[in-house]
Design a protein around this ligand. Structure first.
Ligand SMILES: [Zn+2]
Ligand SMILES: [Zn+2]
Length: 263
């Protein structure tokens, strides 16, 4: 069957662009072909450390092979074993570990203006969601907000771009920017003292009065979940304003320094 003219034209123009303005893989430096994702070659992107079963049903961290040996069923990790149901975030899901090509992708996406990375990152999220999340459950995908000043500087909110890229996997949900940041905060990953991290984030979020109020089951979207303080604080505000439950979903989850979900 012949290809539609517009597809052929698109491929031809990509090939021509690539000929005159070659692009290279950010990881291995190899020249990219037109059908690769624009930042990483297929070989490097394949190495994104995807999170696979079994992983923790609360914090989303994968179990070590020795612990999860022989099972495809998810179960709680040792750190989450005793947490009660009163925590603000019900479940956390990450599509990949925040390591290697994934860490590089998130940093380019967030700090170096490479907003088109929302495409491949969103694809990774949709694939993971189709396999591991109850996609029909959610009525809203809500991005973690940036402070207005930082969003203006950056030109975009990366979490919002991810929510928009992921939402086609959720048949009953729409993207609702239900939250806003009341004051600028420091980047959490630059703070090492947990008490200081909590102080940095506490009271930093409120309901966005110009968006529909949160209701039903909300899926909070962030770029990377590290200690979980930020998403827990967001979830608290959403629950107070009427959300039934809040789960968290990010393309990347920091796995090395394992901490129990913030309460
Ligand atoms: Zn490569
Ligand atoms: Zn856990």
């Amino acid at each position: 069957m012949s290809q539609p003219r517009s597809d052929l034209w698109h491929e031809w123009s990509l090939a021509a662009k690539n000929l005159f303005f070659p692009i290279f893989c950010q990881e291995c430096g190899r020249r990219l072909l037109t059908d690769e994702n624009g930042y990483f070659c297929a070989t490097c992107w394949e190495l994104a450390p995807r999170i696979q079963r079994p992983f923790c049903t609360v914090c989303g961290r994968p179990h070590r092979a020795a612990v999860g040996l022989g099972t495809r069923s998810n179960f709680r990790c040792g750190q989450c074993f005793t947490v009660g149901e009163d925590r603000p975030v019900r479940r956390t899901y990450g599509a990949a570990r925040y390591e290697g090509v994934m860490e590089d992708a998130i940093k380019l996406f967030k700090f170096h203006g490479k907003q088109r990375l929302a495409g491949p990152l969103g694809e990774l999220m949709r694939e993971f969601a189709a396999q591991e999340l109850e996609c029909e459950r959610y009525s809203m995908l809500t991005p973690v907000p940036l402070h207005a000043v930082r969003e203006r500087e950056r030109g975009y909110n990366q979490a919002r771009l991810l929510a928009e890229a992921a939402v086609p996997a959720f048949p009953n949900a729409e993207v609702v920017c239900a939250l806003r940041r009341t004051r600028p905060t420091r980047v959490q990953s630059t703070i090492h003292d947990p008490r200081e991290r909590r102080r940095n984030i506490e009271g930093a979020f409120e309901i966005n009065p110009s968006a529909p109020s949160p209701s039903g089951h909300v899926l909070l979207i962030d770029d990377v979940v590290t200690t979980g303080f930020t998403v827990a604080e967001n979830a608290r505000v959403l629950l107070e304003a009427g959300a039934e439950t809040v789960d968290v979903f990010a393309p990347a989850l920091a796995v090395l320094r394992h901490q129990p979900p913030a309460r």
